[in-house]
Design a protein around this ligand. Structure first.
Ligand SMILES: Nc1nc2c(ncn2[C@@H]2O[C@H](COP(=O)(O)OP(=O)(O)OP(=O)(O)O)[C@@H](O)[C@H]2O)c(=O)[nH]1
Ligand SMILES: [Mg+2]
Length: 298
């Protein structure tokens, strides 16, 4: 295919505090459910690329883990992941929740102040706030970042996203597309399946346990595809008591997670799925550098 000579292509990092809606925004912009989302902070652990193909540009959106002051090795690895996305990006979109957002975000603010690449500030979740209440916050951002475009959006309703896309495309460098037109992510089906299982776990678990959970798809057997794909996945927890919680009374919680995840994975793969789901204790995996490496988290 021939591209117009002024075709644009580049990486766009979506960055911000946990829970501000980065993954929701990526899915909405790309039009596919790639990144998992949840009301619990620190849902995203690994960066993920979502590719938007436009007639005049290819946008490589990079979803990143939410940035806060690191506490513990897993957290530190998440923040490092987000920061390296910042270094790789051609354009950075800083997503802020106007209900909580302070321009002086302790970790990101100093990084973004000295950022040498184009920045856009997106105030997300405007469906939840009174528009007039946005004005003082917008004025404050404008004072601190006078030349930075400021775009109010809602990743949920789609409001403001056309304006955001326009700003992004304007700031992207010229260049040929890097990915074929039918590719929407850089992640494997195996990875996306593990994340879908984790999302169902986040949904069912209370406040503390979700952070102690990791999921690995250990077997992805495609021999019977397109009729059927067989998956064996392991849910890792940090201690025995958490294993009981994840399994639930008479195995009910794990069963619900398995059934819901299977339906979602079937939609992802476009075929029937057999999901064999196990729970194992990996003592204090969040503090174990070897575990973090093996789970792809550092
Ligand atoms: N009302 C409303 N809710 C939103 C919007 N964007 C995201 N949310 C919700 O906010 C919560 C967090 O969204 P995520 O996309 O998981 O947030 P994130 O920034 O990726 O969070 P981490 O991965 O934990 O850093 C979810 O419950 C979303 O449904 C929005 O524009 N409006
Ligand atoms: Mg996320």
């Amino acid at each position: 295919m021939t591209q117009p000579p002024d075709f644009k292509c580049g990486a766009v990092a979506l960055i911000g505090f946990p829970n501000v809606g980065k993954s929701t925004l990526l899915n909405r912009l790309v039009g596919e459910k790639l990144a998992i989302t949840s009301p619990k902070p620190q849902t995203t652990r690994q960066s993920l690329l979502g590719i938007l193909h436009l007639p005049q540009a290819q946008l490589l959106f990079l979803d990143t883990p939410g940035v806060l002051e690191p506490a513990g090795p897993l957290n530190a690895a998440l923040v490092r992941g987000a920061m390296s996305a910042l270094a790789e990006a051609d354009v950075v979109v800083w997503l802020v929740d106007p209900r909580a957002g302070q321009p002086e975000d302790r970790v990101l603010y100093p990084e973004l102040r000295r950022l040498s690449r184009p920045l856009i500030i997106a105030l997300n979740k405007i469906d939840l706030v009174d528009k007039r209440a946005l004005l003082p916050l917008m004025a404050r951002f404008h004072e601190l970042f006078p030349r930075t475009p400021l775009v109010p959006v809602s990743a949920l309703t789609g409001e403001g996203l056309a304006a955001l896309l326009e700003e992004i495309v304007r700031l992207l460098p010229q260049g040929p597309p890097l990915y074929p037109e039918d590719q929407v992510t850089d992640r494997t089906e195996r990875f996306l399946a593990a994340e879908l299982i984790r999302q169902r776990l986040l949904h069912h678990l209370g406040e503390e346990v979700p952070h102690a959970v990791a999921v690995a798809v250990e077997e992805f057997d495609e021999r019977e595809r397109p009729r059927l794909v067989r998956l064996r996945a392991v849910v890792f927890v940090e201690k025995e008591s958490q294993k009981g919680i994840v399994i639930g009374k008479q195995g009910r919680l794990l069963k619900a997670v398995g059934q819901e995840a299977r339906t979602e994975i079937e939609a992802l793969l476009g075929c029937r799925v057999f999901l064999d789901l196990w729970v194992k204790v990996w003592k204090n995996w969040r503090r174990d550098p070897r575990a973090l490496r093996q789970l792809g988290l550092s």
